[in-house]
Design a protein around this ligand. Structure first.
Ligand code: GAP
Length: 453
């Protein structure tokens, strides 16, 4: 059966339910920037928390960092971004639009969408030029070239420039990692496909510093670990693959890079990159800063520049993949339901408490249940509209459990627990809800959309 998820349906659901919407909408929007509403914040926060959990809580060889977005401009000279972080672009003199020169065959001509830019009358493309993707701004009140700084285009460099600090304070020795989550900015020539490619986005990056001879084995380790992270969180394994870069695709510093790719509604596309960056970054920053960025092993008396394995993921792109993977449409009792079959750990709301009617003491009991649960899990109270409508609303935001308070509740202090995926309903005693629900949320879960093996 074809997958129900299309980009248009995901965008519509995200707007309808307040997950993600165009930024500055009342002013007509601002090219490819997006705002996250309540459920979008909860979902993306869960994605980031799961990443932190995998990096910090489940390991003892990685430490956290939160570096500044604005960094010394020499950072970007040393990293190579100032000279080389460019995309080839062309302008069309006829329509005034700008295009990625290497994406022309994938783009519609703005005047004649059935053609590509350059293929229709009166397209008039300029020669290809390199366009630096870094956003520039000025620091302080004087606008001269000495005050030019850049919004970081990746979080990674904030980690490299802090290598010495972390080494000093964390009491770690290679192999060890530094992890960071934060905003990055790229003046993409052709952003698009919703939050897949935007100009402002969040990254989840970890730089793992290893003795040089261990780099190949850690590269293999992190490729496997990162694939497992996505499948453990429910992404369908038949929609995920690892693609090793061809030698001519590799960055000048990389001896190996693989992309985790997901089968988005737009086709197979990069979700995350895992790179063996060698000693390029620490060597460059040592040269440009004059600081020694190396490790001295006091036992072996060996001094070396660690090599780096980098899993670099995007929080927005991962959120989009989880949404696309979860989106489903089904017919239930002759009615269509749209449902997000998200892993319960990612679901924005874990449990909704719904009094059947807004009287007879039911809202009071429902509020009592909310108070008992909310310290342990994200809980929502909803008394507005028919019970069917409220179930649909919770299905659309991916809530795994709905609790219905009804007439029987007042007699025997039980509620109906309705499961999102199976629609099974069972009565559970109010006193048992916190333990029962916590156990079910912690249980392993597999996407019901996964094709049987
Ligand atoms: N430090 C290495 C690095 O930044 P990258 O492949 O350019 O590598 C890593 O970026 C991840 O960041 C990508 O796999 C993607 O998930 C996310 N990302 C990159 N550019 C993005 C954009 N314009 N919009 C949304 N996410 C982006």
């Amino acid at each position: 059966m074809p997958d129900a998820a299309t980009m248009d349906k995901i965008v519509a659901l995200c707007k309808r339910r307040g997950f993600i919407f165009a930024s500055s909408e009342i002013y007509g929007g601002l090219g490819s920037t997006y705002d996250y509403g309540h459920y979008g914040v909860l979902l993306k926060t869960n994605v980031k928390n799961e990443w932190w959990r995998a990096m910090l809580q489940e390991r003892d060889d990685i430490v956290a960092l939160d570096s500044a977005i604005l960094q010394h401009p020499r950072t970007w000279e040393a990293s190579g971004h100032l000279a080389g972080f460019t995309d080839p672009m062309v302008d069309c003199r006829a329509c005034g639009q700008r295009f990625r020169a290497d994406h022309l065959q994938d783009l519609p001509c703005p005047r004649k969408p059935s053609k590509h830019p350059g293929d229709a009358e009166p397209c008039d493309l300029t020669e290809t030029r390199d366009f630096n993707l870094m956003f520039e701004t000025t620091m302080g009140p004087v606008e001269d070239s000495a005050a030019t700084v850049y919004l970081r285009p990746e979080t990674a460099q904030g980690i490299f420039v802090n290598f010495k600090n972390v080494l000093q304070f964390s009491r770690k020795k290679p192999p060890f990692g530094i992890a960071q989550v934060g905003k990055s900015f790229r003046n993409e020539i052709t952003p698009g496909n919703f939050v897949f490619r935007t100009r402002e986005f969040e990254q989840m990056e970890m730089e793992f510093f290893v003795p040089p001879d261990q780099a190949p084995e850690w590269y293999e380790f992190w490729k496997r670990a990162r694939m497992d992270w996505y499948t453990d969180l429910g992404l369908r394994s038949d929609h995920l693959r690892l693609r090793e870069h061809d030698p001519d695709e590799l960055s000048h510093y990389s001896s190996g890079t693989a992309d985790v790719e997901y089968l988005f509604p737009i086709g197979w596309s990069e979700l995350e990159g895992i790179a063996n960056r060698g000693d390029f970054d620490l060597t460059q920053h040592a040269e440009y800063s004059g600081e020694k960025l190396e490790y001295f092993d006091s036992q072996t008396k060996e001094r070396y520049v660690p090599h780096v394995i980098e899993p670099a993921a995007g929080a927005d792109r991962a959120t989009l993949a989880f949404l696309a993977d979860a989106y489903d449409e089904e017919e239930v009792d002759g009615e269509q339901r749209t449902v997000l079959k998200l892993h319960p750990r990612l679901a924005p709301v874990k449990v909704a408490v719904l009094p059947l009617v807004r009287k007879d003491g039911q809202p009071e009991v429902a509020r009592e249940i909310v108070a008992a649960l909310r310290g342990r899990m994200q809980t929502e109270y909803d008394e507005g509209g028919s019970i069917g409508k409220r179930y649909r609303r919770q299905d659309e935001i991916g809530t795994p459990f709905c609790l219905t308070v009804d007439h029987q509740t007042l007699d025997d202090r039980t509620v109906t627990v309705r499961e999102r995926d199976t629609l099974a309903q069972a009565r559970v005693a109010i006193d048992e809800l916190p333990e029962t629900l916590a156990a079910r949320l912690a249980a392993s879960w597999q996407s019901p959309k996964l094709a049987p093996a």
